[in-house]
Design a protein around this ligand. Structure first.
Ligand code: SF4
Length: 336
């Protein structure tokens, strides 16, 4: 069998955990699932460790947090397990974070999630253009998916990324992306994977302020860990959007395209990814205006990171957003 192609963007290789200097802590507020090998190690350790390990309602073995904080986090904000036994003894979830791997058999993409402030700084504030998204294709027919369909998606993803990498203002780029994406989605729905996705009519848009307000209304009903943050976020709907965020918002949208576009190989849905990217950009830009963070890169990194942690990384929110996107209020033509 041919060897797998491993794709790692520059930001992946550049990442270093800020550890004790991190303005957040990756494990805060999240359920950390403990893998079998780590569980055995914890059992062997004896002492107090197993007191913090429980089985949740889904049957997963997790670390039981106290006040939203991991019990293994020491006062210097470093992990006590890592300090005492080394990073190799962290559970698989902690060891990997914020790295995510997307395996497509013939190739594998390794990315960082924005739920880490350092990753958000590198990717969005650092205006990453995601140059690894190119016009490549797969060759093998034994990848476990339809080769023509994957090549169609890879090409459509490249076209989408190119639009986001253009010099146009962000809103104009998103109009171009939505026009393309509605066409691509139609071709997917019709299983017309051999047709070139670049031949389409641009949509007429009529959204404006009303559409922006709907984005905030949608967020009001989402499931978050930090309710106060959500109240602040939805109260930003009338903020005047900062003029100089175009490149960062493009990188934010590129992140969604890089991370989620190819999941359509099984979901047959690319339009949700694009609409999620638009929602993230609208809310993060409004929060930037509210917090006067236009000239504060660290504050902006934390805005992108918090949005990712609260909204992006929740299956329930994904379902709620997908349902909303199917409604008339989120039709692409009235979204912008
Ligand atoms: S959130 Fe990121 S930078 Fe902070 S401790 Fe976790 S991995 Fe390190």
């Amino acid at each position: 069998m041919d060897s797998k192609k491993i794709i790692t963007p520059a930001h992946y290789d550049a990442f270093t955990c800020a550890a004790g200097d991190c303005p957040d802590t990756c494990c805060k507020d999240w359920d950390i699932v403990v893998d079998g090998e780590t569980l055995e190690f914890y059992e062997d350790l004896g002492g107090d460790v197993m007191r913090h390990i429980v089985t949740d309602d889904d049957g997963d073995v997790i670390i039981k947090f106290e006040g939203g904080v991991c019990p293994f986090l020491s006062e210097d904000r470093l992990c006590a397990i890592q300090k005492k036994h080394g990073a190799q003894r962290l559970c698989a979830t902690c060891r990997a974070f914020p790295r995510v791997t997307q395996d497509y058999t013939e190739f594998e993409e390794r990315l960082l999630t924005l739920a880490c402030p350092e990753a958000a700084r590198l990717i969005v504030v650092g205006r990453d253009k995601f140059s690894f998204i190119d016009n490549s294709s797969v060759e093998r027919s034994d990848n476990g998916y339809d080769r023509d369909y994957m090549n169609f998606l890879l090409h459509a993803r490249f076209l989408t990324a190119e639009k986001l990498r253009s010099d146009k203002p962000f809103t104009e780029k998103m109009r171009d992306v939505l026009s393309l994406s509605e066409h691509v989605q139609q071709l997917i729905d019709d299983e017309r994977f051999t047709e070139p996705p670049e031949e389409y009519e641009p949509l007429g848009f009529s959204g404006g302020e009303e559409a922006r307000a709907r984005v905030f209304e949608l967020h009001k009903g989402l499931d978050v860990m930090d309710k106060e943050w959500l109240m602040t976020a939805v109260s930003c709907k009338n903020e005047k959007l900062p003029a100089n965020l175009d490149e960062e918002l493009s990188s934010l949208a590129l992140y969604y395209v890089a991370r989620y576009y190819l999941t359509a190989i099984s979901s047959y849905d690319i339009i949700t990814t694009i609409k999620r990217a638009w929602c993230a950009a609208v809310v993060c830009a409004a929060l930037t205006a509210r917090e006067n963070a236009e000239n504060d890169p660290l504050a902006r990194a934390l805005i992108y990171q918090k949005y990712s942690k609260e909204i992006e990384h929740s299956d329930e929110n994904l379902d709620l957003m997908t349902d909303a996107f199917l409604g008339e209020g989120f039709d692409s033509r009235v979204l912008l």
